[in-house]
Design a protein around this ligand. Structure first.
Ligand SMILES: CC(C)(COP(=O)(O)OP(=O)(O)OC[C@H]1O[C@@H](n2cnc3c(N)ncnc32)[C@H](O)[C@@H]1OP(=O)(O)O)[C@@H](O)C(=O)NCCC(=O)NCCS
Length: 180
């Protein structure tokens, strides 16, 4: 079995929508929203393709020195194989290539699995948005590449220290209200 990451195209949207509706039955994005995202500035959308079919996807919005993980999803029967981690890794690599050192995301407070994925990759909790998802609370999490020397080779030169995400406090900043 071969799996690879590649850019999402409009032709992927039927498969993406099938996964989207399965994983987010209460608040699935519409196909129109995905189309808008694919055409919007600063976006970076990927799919995981395994044996010719889309089994996961993720998207990033980058602007200036900040970015947001817009979405990340892997088919239930394909979870636990490292695809989520690979998708997140590539989003963060792209954020860095674009100079977006800080990355934010919202995640449902009752989704420990996704939180663990983010926590292990260096995201820290910086805020809570009560009722953000149809009445369910969202945690806001942040990642600062400058605090992770392996992903920010220029970190020392730029005076990296224990600042950034951890220093933001419970600011509830970040995101554009569309991420999940
Ligand atoms: C969150 C999600 C994208 C992770 O994708 P995945 O392909 O299963 O993740 P991976 O196999 O790469 O695992 C990454 C991490 O997830 C966590 N994880 C994976 N399987 C897990 C399990 N059975 N129980 C708890 N945590 C688990 C681990 O922290 C793992 O880290 P590790 O590789 O260091 O062990 C996937 O579970 C998903 O699509 N969930 C539904 C949609 C969703 O919640 N999206 C996130 C919205 S914010």
């Amino acid at each position: 079995m071969t799996a690879r990451l590649r850019a999402m195209t409009y032709a992927d949207l039927p498969e993406v929508m099938t996964i989207e509706r399965r994983l987010f039955p209460e608040d699935a994005w519409s196909e129109r929203m995905f189309r808008q995202e694919l055409g919007a500035p600063g976006r970076y959308y990927l799919v995981v393709e395994s044996d010719g079919r889309v089994v996961g996807y993720a998207g990033l919005m980058a602007a200036g020195d900040q970015s947001d993980v817009q979405t990340i999803a892997v088919l239930p029967e394909e979870q636990g194989k490292g695809y989520g981690r690979s998708l997140l890794e590539e989003l963060l690599a792209e954020a860095l290539r674009r100079g977006a050192y800080e990355t934010f995301l919202e995640v449902r407070a009752d989704n420990p699995r996704a939180q663990e994925l983010y926590r292990r990759r260096g995201f820290v909790r910086v805020g809570v948005r009560p009722g953000y998802y149809n009445g369910h609370d969202a945690l806001v999490m942040a990642y600062n590449a400058r605090n992770h020397p392996t992903t920010a080779p220029d970190a020392e030169a730029q005076g990296a220290g224990p600042r950034g995400a951890e220093a933001r406090g419970d600011s509830d900043e970040g995101g554009d209200g569309r991420g999940r």
